[in-house]
Structures are given as C-alpha cells and as structure tokens.
Design a binder for this molecule. Structure first.
Ligand code: KG4
Ligand code: ZN
Length: 343
C-alpha cells in the first residue's frame, strides 16, 4: 500500500510517499529555519504563509520522485496535530481538498506518533511493544508503545521540553536559533565536569522530568560571569549542560525499561540527533541488555516519511478522516483517532 503523506506542523513543509509503512519511496523537506532564525524562534504567521507558498511544489516533487501520481497512490495522510494551529491547518486543508478531488481515503496522523514511527523506517524488524524516549522541541516523554496505535505515557517533562531547554540555553550563549545543533557541536570539545548543575527530580514521580531549572542555572551562570568579568569556557559549559539533560532522559528511560521489562528502547524527535544522547543510549542499552533503535539523522527532525509510516498502521486500525477533520494544537499521544481531530 502506497501512502502520500504531508507534514506542516511547525517550520518544515514536507511530503513523502511510503510503502506499507516501512519503505521510503520519496521524502521531500522544505525547511524555513533560515527565515525564522532572524527572529530567534519560529514566527507562526510566517510559518503558515510559507507552507501555503511551498506545499504544492513539495507534494508534486514527492510524487514525481516516487514515480507516482495522486491517482496512483492508495491513500493520503496528513499531520493533524499537535503543532502550530495555523501551520497545521495549511496541511490539513490541502490534504482534505486533494483527497476529495482524487477520491482517496485520508488518514489523520498525530505528529508525535509520527516521530515514534520513524523507528519503523530505521529498523524493518521493529514491532511493538517497545519503549520510546520522545525528545523534541515541544515534548519530552517516556512512552510505552504497546501496539502501533496504543500508547501509554509513563513519564513527561513538567515544564520545558528537552529541545526547548537546549534552544534557550544555546540562545543565552549567543548561538543562532535553533541552537541545539550548535550546542551539540561545541560540547564535543568541552570538559563535561567543569560546570555542575543539579540533576532535577520531580518529588514522588521518578519518571517525570523538569528542565527549566537547568536552563535558568545556565542563564544565571552566564549573567554572573558577565557581571564579574569572568571568562566562560563555552565548549565545557555546553558539555556540562548537555550531560545533565542527557542523564535526566537516559536514566529515566532505562528505569522505565526495568519497571516494564521492556527489551527494546527507541528514541524519537529532534533532540534524538544529539551526539551524546545517541552514544549514551547505546552504552546504557548494552549494560541493560536492551536493543536500541534510533532513526537515522535524516529522520530525527520533522519530515513526512515518519507520518506516512504511522499512517499505514492508523489505516489498518480503520482510522480514516471524514469531512469533519480539523487540526488541533495540543493533543496527548494516547489520543489520535479521527474523532480526536474532528471539528
Ligand atoms: O522534533 P523537532 O524537529 O520539532 C518538534 O516537533 O519540536 O525538534 C526540534 C528540536 C529543537 O529544539 C532543536 O534544537 C533540537 O530538536 N535539536 C537538537 C539537535 N538537533 C535538533 N538538540 C540537541 N542536539 C542536537 N543535535
Ligand atoms: Zn516534531
């Protein structure tokens, strides 16, 4: 079964053609990062306008690259939430119009379920159940993936998401948006023991996380150093910060694995591109005797291939949209049926 998938939840306009949820026939991503960088973050109004301008060409290229047409694919899929509402609405309305005109079924997909499904593209033998650490710009979750469309959140951040924390710390250090990538690069040559940050805990909820304190500690450290005229060892600050955040994520996902008896741990979302996080998941995985699955770097950020992968399993579960399909800005990962996205 071939699905044309569309993604426009934030600042990437993307389309892909995916076969049986596992094989990428094409994947096109048009990123707006350079334009938003000037403002230090994503400007929702600009994102919506650029999606409108680019979506037609991005979809046409994805179809052409796969040697398909809208008539030849079996179904369409679209990210219907969560995300920026104006950005989501561009993809949802475009997909509704195209599906109606081509008389094809339309599958609404939860963005975070899509990130998790990037692992099916990375590892053809991967099947639920497994645990997934989700670390993106908007979410930090430990998810028990019981089945392809059955998710239970075991732990979550109580404040900032890990990616948001990376971006805010990077911004305080003067790196351009989105700073996570540059912070990762700088950290490689730093000493991770030079600066110490408290390891955050949420009282009574050992699998929950909190990142805003670490972010504030970085901002205060920079502020105090500037006032005193003390020099900052930026690579070591990056490495020490990264170590604190990665430890928080990795220790929790393996505690969850011990508690649930999970033998497979996956990772998803933009922060899963982080060098230290990937290395530390692999080494802890060896120690815990867990299989570790990670999407390739090309599938860690927002893309439509992952949406097409999840869409296949939503289709098998009978999750097809009708005229009432709408976009939603917030929605827990446990919910993702067409009724959850309805007007
Ligand atoms: O999943 P994603 O592309 O968008 C959302 O759905 O939020 O995640 C974007 C986040 C940004 O905060 C970005 O700074 C972070 O992922 N990120 C990284 C790295 N690459 C991207 N954070 C740390 N290290 C990286 N290498
Ligand atoms: Zn995302």
């Amino acid at each position: 079964m071939r699905i044309l998938a569309i993604e426009s939840s934030c600042d990437e306009t993307a389309a892909a053609v995916i076969e049986d949820g596992r094989r990428i026939l094409s994947s096109v991503v048009n990123t707006q990062i350079a334009e938003h960088r000037v403002y230090g973050g994503v400007v929702p109004e600009i994102a919506s306008r650029r999606h409108i301008e680019h979506i037609d060409a991005v979809v046409a290229k994805a179809l052409a690259d796969a040697g398909e047409t809208v008539q030849s694919v079996d179904a369409l899929a679209v990210t219907a939430g969560p995300g920026l509402i104006g950005a989501l609405l561009v993809g949802v309305n475009y997909a509704k119009g195209l599906a109606l005109a081509a008389e094809k079924p339309l599958i609404p997909v939860h963005h975070i379920r899509g990130h998790i499904a990037a692992n099916y593209l990375a590892e053809p033998a991967l099947e639920p159940p497994f645990l997934c650490l989700v670390a993106s710009g908007g979410h930090s979750l430990i998810v028990d993936v019981r089945d392809y469309t059955d998710f239970v959140v075991l732990g979550r951040s109580r404040d900032d998401a890990a990616g948001e924390c990376f971006d805010k710390a990077a911004r305080a250090m003067g790196f351009p948006y989105p700073g996570g990538v540059e912070l990762d690069r700088q950290a490689r040559s730093g000493d991770d023991t030079k600066y110490r940050f408290p390891q955050p805990h949420v009282e009574g909820h050992p699998l929950d996380m909190s990142f805003s304190g670490v972010k504030t500690a970085v901002v205060n450290l920079l502020h105090n150093a500037a006032q005193r005229g003390d020099p900052i060892d930026v690579p070591s600050l990056c490495a020490s910060f990264e170590k604190t955040v990665c430890e928080a994520l990795v220790t929790r996902v393996f505690s969850a694995a011990r508690e649930t008896g999970a033998k497979t741990v996956c990772v998803a979302g933009g922060v899963s591109a982080n060098t230290r996080l990937r290395a530390s998941l692999l080494s802890e995985g060896k120690r815990a005797r867990c299989r570790i699955v990670m999407p390739p770097l090309s599938l860690t950020g927002d893309n439509a291939a992952m949406i097409g992968a999840q869409a296949y399993y939503e289709f098998l579960a009978g999750h097809l949209a009708d005229d009432g399909l709408n976009a939603v800005a917030t929605l827990p990962v446990e919910r993702g049926t067409p009724a959850d996205f309805a007007v």
